[in-house]
Design a protein around this ligand. Structure first.
Ligand SMILES: Cc1cc2nc3c(=O)[nH]c(=O)nc-3n(C[C@H](O)[C@H](O)[C@H](O)COP(=O)(O)O)c2cc1C
Length: 209
């Protein structure tokens, strides 16, 4: 089959989000100007670059047509934290995606514990094994009709936290132990449980690890 997105796909379920899979989850914590802590998952999340370490996530508009709380908080305060979503934390991740009013503390809603950050007053999810403290760089506002307008938020990673227990003696992260959670299309998820290594062919002239 083939289709033009604005004309419709003819399938029972929209296949688009099942194409770029699995998508890592940006489990983003923020604090509002009024001091309310917020937590929400975004599967449109990625590294923009490794050097300097730069990340992004993209949010559609909230049910009331305005910016989502995460975006508003980041633009107001200049800070956000990425918390690593894992298989063990899957229910908390799911709960934190509920649309709730800005005054609700979503750490409590998700049932997770707060641990302070170093660079800002945005709390981190204590149960997550890794965190990125991010300084807000800019929002790229993509045009769209109504809730389909997209805010692409870009941030620079200024501090990285990794639980020592997920670092292998050889110095790599133990990904099968962490079991990172990823989003597929529909309400489907994936979990990374196995890793294979494939070295570049010789002669290799790229970056060293
Ligand atoms: C696993 C998962 C992934 C999600 N990914 C996105 C996304 O990429 N973009 C988006 O706008 N909303 C996404 N959502 C919905 C938001 O999490 C939801 O709108 C949330 O209420 C936003 O919170 P906020 O208003 O506190 O920022 C996702 C929800 C779940 C459960």
């Amino acid at each position: 089959m083939q289709y033009i997105p604005q004309d419709g796909h003819g399938l029972r379920y929209d296949p688009f989000k099942s194409l770029t899979v699995p998508r890592p989850i940006g489990w983003i914590s923020t604090r509002s100007r009024d001091g309310v802590d917020n937590l929400a998952p975004f599967s449109h999340w990625q590294n923009v670059s490794g050097r300097p370490p730069t990340v992004m996530f993209a949010a559609t508009q909230a049910l009331d047509g305005g910016r989502k709380d995460s975006v508003r908080n980041i633009e107001d305060t200049g800070w956000f934290v990425w918390n690593m979503a894992t298989w063990e934390l899957r229910e908390a991740v799911n709960r934190s995606g509920l649309p709730v009013p800005p005054g609700v503390d979503e750490f409590a809603l998700a049932g997770v514990t707060k641990v302070p950050s170093v660079e800002s007053d945005v709390p981190r999810v204590a149960e997550a094994p890794c965190h990125l403290e991010c300084r807000y760089l800019q929002t790229v506002r993509l045009p769209g009709t109504g809730r389909d307008a997209v805010d692409m938020v870009i941030g620079q990673v200024v501090r990285v936290h990794i639980d020592d227990q997920v670092i292998l003696p050889e110095g790599k992260l133990d990904i099968p132990l962490i079991k990172p959670l990823a989003r597929m299309g529909y309400y489907d998820y994936a979990v990374v449980e196995s890793v294979f290594e494939m070295k570049p062919p010789d002669p290799y002239v790229g970056d060293v690890l």
